[in-house]
Design a protein around this ligand. Structure first.
Ligand code: XMP
Length: 511
């Protein structure tokens, strides 16, 4: 069982993951457990401190979330954030009630008292509030550490027992010294050292993988995306030729993608990929299909078939590697246990279908940590900061039937868009950027001739996790250059439009 320096009990706040990420960024290994984790599970992790997260409920509601009361007798420093603070107050018999002035957004706090939390920090700070209840009086043995205009008990503490409550959210970027407050809690109250980093993670993980795999072999499917590339790099580092890396060319890739992925693996990682050209099978099965869901199903199932065929050729393989991230694990285990795990995105549900044991070396880390790990392992920035690319590839960016001529048109236009974005510096600012072939023809005039050709739609969005997105406000001259180049250089396209739909209501991909 891996130990954790700090454990965050999750009471359902949308910011819970951020608490863990902020602490990890500062070298403190932090894990998240559900709010009702048993004392046994908590003790097994041997934490040096606990954090009670925020949450949407009221402590006095019938269905309020409570943690094991015994956590207050473990002799561990505890930090309660928003709901976590109210729960503390409630536990220690103070009053929590609906606030007359609900506070959402920025507020100023005034630090009244020196403490571990505010060591080396200014007395006046801007913080981010988001609460409708508040603590009305101090529990006994607690004192006020900071106040805000609407919250006289904005931060309180029983300093002897190292129990602290914050009405605001230090994990949110708008709390200007929030990150330092969390660090101070870990460093001064919990006596944690800043030793968690991706260099040491890579080493311990490699050791663990070697012990687990022994002399067996591991099959690893890569897409060229960040997660699977980092998994492959980590495995190659730990196991050398005991890892078999497979790349399936489904014929739905972007321009030069297969060559780029092969080159990257060979040159930066020294891995000889097994590239399977399955494009004919995929394209044959997609013939005449226009329904987006049917396309997705055909592609997913075909991928499994092709992969299984390949797996059969390697008899001594006992393990299958997957790029499951910590976020996938949290989302499948905490309060909303019904949320579907996202890892099926990686290899299309392979594990249930094959008798291979799963190996998931990234399951303890967040996406931003995966990127740092990738850089540590020698992957290029270009790979690490690539935009996401969906498993079904260009098939869900061609409205209507997918065929070779359509794929050719789309690839050419897409390559021009990416080139323009890269050279103008906009690629790194956007979450995703691509072209969509609309299969809509319109009349145009080029030279003195009438044209009747295809329309390309440019889709560029800003997002932080892809769950919501805004269309990117690209400069008009960049759009103009891109449009001109696409129309001039791609035979068969005479019109370019820009998608100005955000998500919701639109999705990022068109299908
Ligand atoms: P949507 O279109 O739902 O996409 O707004 C959100 C994010 O997910 C990506 N996406 C996929 N990724 N397999 C993947 O690996 C898929 O089937 C898939 N569908 C959408 C999409 O590119 C965006 O980043």
């Amino acid at each position: 069982m891996k130990k954790a320096d700090i454990l965050v009990l999750d009471f359902g706040s949308q910011y819970t993951q951020l608490i863990a990420r902020r602490l990890r960024e500062q070298g403190v290994y932090t894990e998240i457990l559900p709010f009702n984790a048993s004392l046994e599970d908590i003790k097994l992790k041997e934490p040096k401190g606990l954090i009670l997260s925020g949450g949407p409920a009221s402590v006095y509601a019938n269905d309020a979330f409570f943690c094991e009361k015994g956590i207050f007798d473990l002799n561990l420093p505890i930090l309660g954030i928003c709901y976590g603070m109210q729960l503390m107050a409630h536990h220690f018999k103070a009053l929590v009630a609906p606030a007359t002035h609900k506070e959402y957004g920025k507020a100023n706090i005034q630090v009244k008292q020196d403490s571990d939390l505010f060591k080396n920090l200014p007395k006046q700070q801007v913080v981010w509030m988001s609460h409708s209840d508040k603590v009305e009086n101090l529990p006994s043995n607690f004192k006020v550490l900071a106040t805000s205009e609407n919250s006289p008990y904005c931060v309180f503490a029983d300093e002897k027992r190292k129990i602290f409550g914050l009405q605001f959210h230090p994990e949110v970027q708008h709390s200007e010294f929030g990150k330092s407050i969390l660090k101070n809690f870990a460093k001064y109250a919990c006596k944690c050292e800043s030793i968690w980093n991706m260099g040491s993670f890579a080493k311990t993980q490699a050791q663990k993988i070697r012990e687990e795999v022994g002399s067996n072999k591991v099959l690893c499917a890569v897409s060229g995306g960040v997660d699977s590339s980092v998994v492959a790099a980590l495995l190659a580092n730990a196991l050398k030729e005991q890892v078999i890396v497979v790349f399936v060319d489904n014929g739905l890739l972007r321009q030069n993608e297969r060559q780029n992925v092969e080159f990257m693996f060979k040159n930066t990682l020294g891995i000889n990929l097994i590239s399977i050209d399955a494009s004919e099978i995929f394209l044959t099965r997609l013939k005449g299909v226009i329904d987006p869901e049917k396309k997705r199903k055909i592609i997913g199932n075909t991928f499994i078939e092709v992969f299984e065929e390949e797996a059969k050729k390697h008899k001594d393989v006992k393990y299958l590697a997957q790029g499951t991230l910590y976020t996938d694990i949290i989302e499948s285990s905490v309060i909303g246990a019904s949320k579907t795990i996202k890892s099926h995105h990686n290899v299309g549900g392979l594990p249930e279908k094959m008798n291979l044991k799963l190996i998931e070396p990234l399951k303890e880390i967040f996406k931003d940590e995966v990127r740092v790990l990738g850089l540590e392992l020698g992957l290029s920035k270009e790979v690490i900061y690539r935009h996401p690319f969906p498993g079904p590839g260009l098939a869900i960016r061609i409205m209507g039937e997918v065929n070779k001529p359509s794929l050719e048109l789309l690839r050419k236009a897409d390559a021009i868009l990416l080139e323009e974005l890269r050279s103008s510096g906009w690629y790194d600012k956007a979450w995703q950027a691509f072209c969509v072939l609309l299969n809509v023809k319109s009349v145009g005039v080029m030279g003195d001739n009438r044209t009747y050709d295809n329309t390309i739609c440019i889709r560029v969005v800003d997002a932080s996790d892809g769950m919501t997105a805004n269309f990117t406000h690209l400069p008009f001259n960049l759009l103009e250059n891109t449009s001109n180049r696409i129309i001039n250089e791609v035979n068969g396209i005479n019109r370019v439009v820009y998608d100005i739909t955000s998500k919701p209501p639109g999705t990022i991909e068109w299908e």
